[in-house]
Design a protein around this ligand. Structure first.
Ligand code: KG4
Ligand code: ZN
Length: 334
């Protein structure tokens, strides 16, 4: 049939993003205005600052996305917007913009769950094969999701405390590395050896949940105890040991879920998918098990609107549209 062009909008955290995606598969544009440099000064995302920057950036970002795609609003069939979870003030900016365009132009509106977006970043790389297991690891989320078909999500496990990326950022801060610290720990880890004993939070034997706060505390204690004794800890070895613990638990639980649920594909998503240690370990395990693994390019792993448009396409096909009273929902369940 006729190609479907969806305008995606994402403002759930600190990236203002707009994108045009064709048929849920082909990225025509994916404009991302990052605020990372602003929040860096504060060592984390400041919600009020994020909202204000979204307001300043949103119109230009949408115009730029349309222009780069060579499209006008007349050629857009639907607008897909992240309406949760996320920072409420940040979500509202994207939702308000999407509603305004939808109302003014009479273009159908689609509400997208941010995690569904992260998962659908993979469909911009290759077709999905069901049933599948998706591991979503970012600064705000650590979720193991089972999907038996398009648009169907079942959370098998999630973090009970810190998200994986959050743990990386906190450990990085303890090592006096800049925010966001994930990439710095990743780099350090490759220069060190995982020789420092740290715990693995397996939780109950049948649980797919995660927990990273105990590991983070163990890292802080290791640093503290060493300084009390006047010893020095090699930061690269500590980073390597921390990364070894995080990736072992993530990969082993994912592998167990693949087996239990008979998955035919594994998807990795979220900002922590950039982690070299995680990519290598998961690739190796999936290879051993003979199961295809998909990892999107970095630009599609971190927050972006193309993934939102891709997920929105599934709702479009099902005719699942939102009304103009759509609201930002900070704790939206998947
Ligand atoms: O998906 P994302 O851009 O934003 C959220 O939705 O949270 O993820 C950002 C998170 C940050 O915590 C950052 O430290 C982490 O992803 N991250 C990494 C790496 N690159 C980014 N963590 C570990 N290793 C990396 N290479
Ligand atoms: Zn995200």
């Amino acid at each position: 049939g006729r190609p479907v062009f969806i305008l995606g909008i994402e403002t759930s955290c600190d990236e203002t993003s707009a994108s045009v995606v064709q048929d849920g598969r082909v990225v025509l544009s994916n404009v991302i205005a990052s605020q990372a440099d602003i929040h860096k000064r504060f060592g984390g995302v400041v919600p009020e600052v994020a909202s204000r920057r979204h307001v300043e950036n949103i119109t230009l970002t949408i115009e730029e996305a349309l222009q780069q795609a060579g499209k006008t609003l007349d050629e857009i069939q639907a607008i897909a917007v992240t309406y949760g979870p996320g920072l409420v003030g940040a979500l509202l900016v994207g939702v308000a913009a999407a509603k305004a365009i939808s109302f003014a132009r009479g273009i159908p509106l689609i509400g997208v769950h941010h995690i569904a977006g992260h998962i659908y970043a993979n469909r911009l790389v290759t077709e999905l094969t069901f049933p599948l297991i998706a591991l979503v690891v970012s600064g705000g989320h650590t979720e193991l999701v089972w999907m038996k078909e398009h648009g169907h999500y079942e959370i098998l496990g999630e973090t009970r405390d810190d998200a994986a990326g959050e743990a990386y950022d906190k450990v990085a801060r303890a090592l006096q590395l800049p925010y966001p610290g994930g990439p710095h720990i990743d780099r350090l880890a490759h220069e060190g050896n995982a020789t420092i004993p740290l715990p693995r939070a397996w939780l109950e034997p049948d649980s797919y949940d995660f927990s990273f706060s105990g590991l983070k505390s163990a890292v802080l204690n290791t640093l503290h105890n060493a300084s009390q004794r006047g010893e020095t800890i090699e930061p690269a070895d500590l980073a390597a040991s921390f990364q070894d613990s995080v990736t072992e638990v993530l990969v082993e639980k994912t592998t167990r879920a693949v087996k239990e649920y008979g998955a035919k594909q594994v998807l990795l998503a979220g900002g922590v998918a950039a982690n070299r240690g995680l990519r290598e370990r998961l690739s190796k395990r999936c290879e051993e098990k003979g199961i295809p693994l998909v990892i999107p390019p970095l630009s599609l792993c971190t927050d972006n609107a193309a993934m939102i448009a891709a997920a929105g396409y599934i709702s479009y096909q099902k005719g699942k549209f939102a009304s103009l009273d759509l609201n930002g929902v900070p704790g939206l369940p998947l």
